[in-house]
Each structure stands twice: as C-alpha cells, then as structure tokens.
Write a protein that binds this ligand. Structure first.
Ligand SMILES: [Zn+2]
Length: 490
C-alpha cells in the first residue's frame, strides 16, 4: 500500500526529499545536480514577451484558428528560398530582418481582418520592436480591448507548461526547424509537424518544451524588448488583488471557544499544584513540570488572544509548545534528580549571564528586562558566585536529537521547521505573512506587501490544543491525577 505522503508527492510531480542528493549542508534536486538552470533564459521573463504575438492569436482567435495561422506562417518560411534568414520567430527576430523581408513576414501574420484584430494590441507597447512595420501592416488598427486581450494572452501563457505556452513554444521551435537552425531526425520532425494531433501528446508536449528551451543554450539574447515589455506592463496597468472576504478577517471567536476553557485549565492546575506541592524547599522537578505547563498555557492564551492566533506570534507559540513538549518528555523519561537540577541550573546560569552582560552594556539598559529580577533569579537557589554558566544547549544535544531520543521525531518534523522560519524571520515566513501575489497577469505574478490589514495566517488553535493536551498528559503522569484537557471543538 502506498503511504499517503508518497502518494501526495507523486500526484504533485515533485522530487521527494529522498530524491535529493546531499552535498555537505546542501540538498540538491536532480535538475540542479545535472546543472540545468545555469544560464538559461527564462520563459516567463525573456521568451514570453518575444512570443506574445502567438499568445495574442490564441487569446483572440481561439486555439484551433490560431494553430491554422501558425501553420500558414510556417509554410511561408518553409517555402522561401532564403528560409535560413527566417529562423528566429521572435518579435526581436522579426525586427532584425531586412526591411522588405520583415514586411513580407509581418504581412503574412497580418493577412486577414481577424489576425489584424488579434495582433492590434501589440501597438499598445511603445517599445515594440519594428513598431513602424507593425503599424503599417496592422493598418493602424485600434484595439480598445488591448489591455484585456493582452492580459488574457499573458495569463494563458505565463506558466511555461500550459497548453497555450506550449503552442507558442512549438511555433518558435518550428521556425528554427524550417529556418534550418535546428536539425532533427525525420521521425521527430514528423511528430512535431503533426502537432498537436500526431503522436502521444504526453510525450510530444514535454519534448517541444525541452527543445524550445535548448534553443537559447549558449546564445546571447538581446533583452531590450523583454525588459521593455514587462516595464510597460508594470507602468501602464494597475495591481490587482482579490477583495478580502469578510470571513478572512473575522475568524471564529477564539475567546469564546478556547480562551475560556484555557482559564479553567489554569485554575484547575493551580489547585492541583497546591495539592501536590510537598515542601517549601527547592523541588526542582515539581517546579519544572508545573512551571513549564503553566508557561505553555500562558503562551497559548496570549497567542490566541490576538486574531485567534492566525498571526506570526501564533506560529512562535507552536514552536515554544513543541520545545516544552519534547523537553518535558526527556526530563520525565530520565527522571533523575540531578537532571532536574541541571535543567534548572542551566536556566539560572542564563539569568546570570544576561545580568552580567547587562553590567557591561554602554548606555541605559534595554527596557524589556528587569535587571534586579535577573539578579534575584541568578542568586535565588545558590549564591551566584557558585553558579556556573553553560554556554551550550543544556542537554548538550539540540532539539532534533532530543526528539529522536524520546521518540517524538514525528512531532518535531510536524512543527519545528516552518515555525522556526518564523522565529528567524526567514524569507519563507516573510513572504507568507507580508506579501500577496498581484493577480494582474501583465505583472507576471509579482508580490506586493499587504500591511494595513494583513490576511490571517492559517489557524494554530488545533495544533496548540494538541500540544498542550500532550503536555498536560505528561504532567498527569508525573503528578496524578490531572484529567482536564482542552476539548476538540471546545
Ligand atoms: Zn501588480
């Protein structure tokens, strides 16, 4: 039976982690291992603007009529005695032809009223290569739908593997073939010639894309037009975004559903603490188990009190509860007095270190910490002159190793990576929480910051609930009996 995770990878056509090759600290996917991606110009950024004439024909005439006009255009090339000159099917390639040849070629493309209508939006661009020739051949056709048609054409071809993008890439490739720039075996040629009807399209389409992509290998391309294209699109059209739904901003009220049960749990924990608190001497284990559990409750309460935890801080809360969950499991599994003491001593050492560093700081101390309180914590159990400061992790192992040791690696894998990205403000987290994708296809999916009312991030309530309940179970096992848990849809 296939495991769900494997199934998912397969259907999404991705390389699983196991398919990556490890080199030092880098995991390289197969394409990177083989050096693909180095120095290739991109379809979206560089070649789509060059082939937008073909995309416009598809958008305006529909696919089958567009394919007919592609064939007519290719026949024109194939039948020319000087066909070698016509190998470059891009707008810049057209502009590089001598005047009469350029006019012949553009004349073929603009041969009917329908194609003139379809290609008229090209004149929307001031930077269009050979603009004068296009103007003449389009007979100054004005298109009042230029923007809409361009958006539609670009939308259909923006992603390099769509059917429409493949059509555009096919016509470019065939120009290269008929212009004798590309040499192919005759059976391949037969298949390409019969596109999209001949042969198994599941293999024909990828081979067209691969061959078209390779046309630029080792070629210097003039980027003037492709840059001008995207610049004009950006300057002349507005950003577009989905109007936020009311439900985006009014998630169900966390207060009534989880905050209240959390307060109940806290009160019950307080009673249980009293009932199990044996002495006023230092009781490292009791302090640690209850302390970490109360800490988890506080973090969860705070995280859910703003926008139901669908915030950046909500993710940090998960990270903190994960750390508590794994640490507590480790401490309870070992359950040695010296380990409880060393966990505590490590924390005391941290307070001492922070407090000493504070003394060395020039200027006034930061506002977030209370210097007297730190000194108090540093001296509470033992006079601080006897407190060693440990600069490493308190178990001399990181959280991943600890999670493996206590059998919680699954939990670690579920919660560690992405929440840490938030803690470190890595690009992935910044991208998810700050930027939205512009929906104007002419802006090629660029990102813009959504700051005033940022859309809520995925909910954390359920994950926090699961983590907290597991922490409560640990407490229950150490100090029975504590049965209260946060309910499922509570
Ligand atoms: Zn935009």
């Amino acid at each position: 039976m296939t495991k769900p995770a494997e199934k998912k990878f397969k259907s999404q056509d991705r390389t699983s982690l196991a398919g990556h090759k490890r080199e030092g600290k880098l995991l390289k996917p197969p394409f990177v291992q083989f050096g693909v991606g180095k120095g290739l110009v991109s379809w979206m950024n560089d070649r789509l603007p060059e082939m937008v004439w073909a995309a416009l024909l598809i958008a305006a005439l529909g696919r089958s009529a567009a394919l007919c006009s592609f064939r007519e255009f290719l026949r024109f090339i194939a039948e020319r005695p000087d066909r070698e000159l016509f190998w470059d099917g891009t707008l810049t390639g057209f502009a590089n032809l001598d005047l009469d040849k350029r006019n012949d070629l553009i004349g073929v493309l603009c041969g009917s009223e329908e194609t003139r209508q379809a290609l008229a939006p090209l004149l929307w661009f001031d930077g269009l290569p050979a603009r004068v020739a296009w103007q003449q051949m389009l007979q100054n056709h004005k298109s009042d739908r230029a923007e809409i048609l361009l958006m539609e054409a670009v939308r259909m071809t923006l992603f390099h593997q769509t059917q429409e993008a493949t059509d555009c890439r096919w016509v470019r490739l065939m120009c290269g073939v008929f212009g004798r720039r590309i040499v192919m075996r005759s059976e391949e040629l037969l298949q390409l010639n019969g596109y999209p009807k001949f042969g198994d399209q599941r293999t024909v389409r990828p081979s067209i894309r691969a061959a078209e992509g390779m046309m630029d290998c080792g070629q210097e391309r003039d980027p003037t037009w492709s840059r001008a294209f995207w610049l004009e699109c950006w300057e002349k059209t507005p950003c577009m975004t989905r109007v936020p739904l009311e439900s985006d901003h009014d998630p169900d009220d966390g207060r009534s559903t989880v905050i209240a049960p959390l307060s109940d749990i806290r009160r019950q924990l307080e009673r249980h603490w009293e009932n199990t608190h044996p002495t006023t001497a230092v009781e490292a284990k009791h302090d640690a188990v209850f302390g970490m559990t109360f800490y988890a409750v506080r973090v969860m309460e705070e995280a859910l009190s703003l926008a139901d935890g669908r915030t950046v801080l909500g993710r940090l809360a998960i990270r903190i509860l994960l750390e508590i969950r794994i640490t507590l499991r480790h401490l309870l599994e070992e359950n040695k007095p010296e380990l409880w003491r060393s966990w505590r001593a490590y924390g005391v050492g941290q307070a001492k270190l922070s407090s000493l560093k504070l003394d060395q700081l020039p200027g006034s101390p930061p506002h977030y910490l209370d210097a007297d309180n730190l000194t108090k914590i540093a001296n509470e159990d033992l006079w601080e002159e006897l407190v060693a400061v440990d600069l490493g992790h308190w178990t001399r192992a990181d959280l991943r190793k600890l999670s493996e040791k206590v059998g919680l690696k699954d939990l670690y894998d579920r919660y560690y990576g992405w929440t840490s990205a938030y803690g470190h403000a890595h690009w992935g987290a910044v991208r998810e929480s700050i930027y939205a994708t512009c929906l104007n296809p002419l802006h090629r999916g660029h990102r813009f910051p959504v700051c005033e009312k940022p859309p809520p991030l995925p909910a954390v309530k359920e994950d926090l609930r699961v983590l907290l309940n597991a922490i409560l179970s640990e407490l229950d096992s150490a100090y029975p009996a504590f049965d209260s848990r946060i309910g499922n849809s509570a």
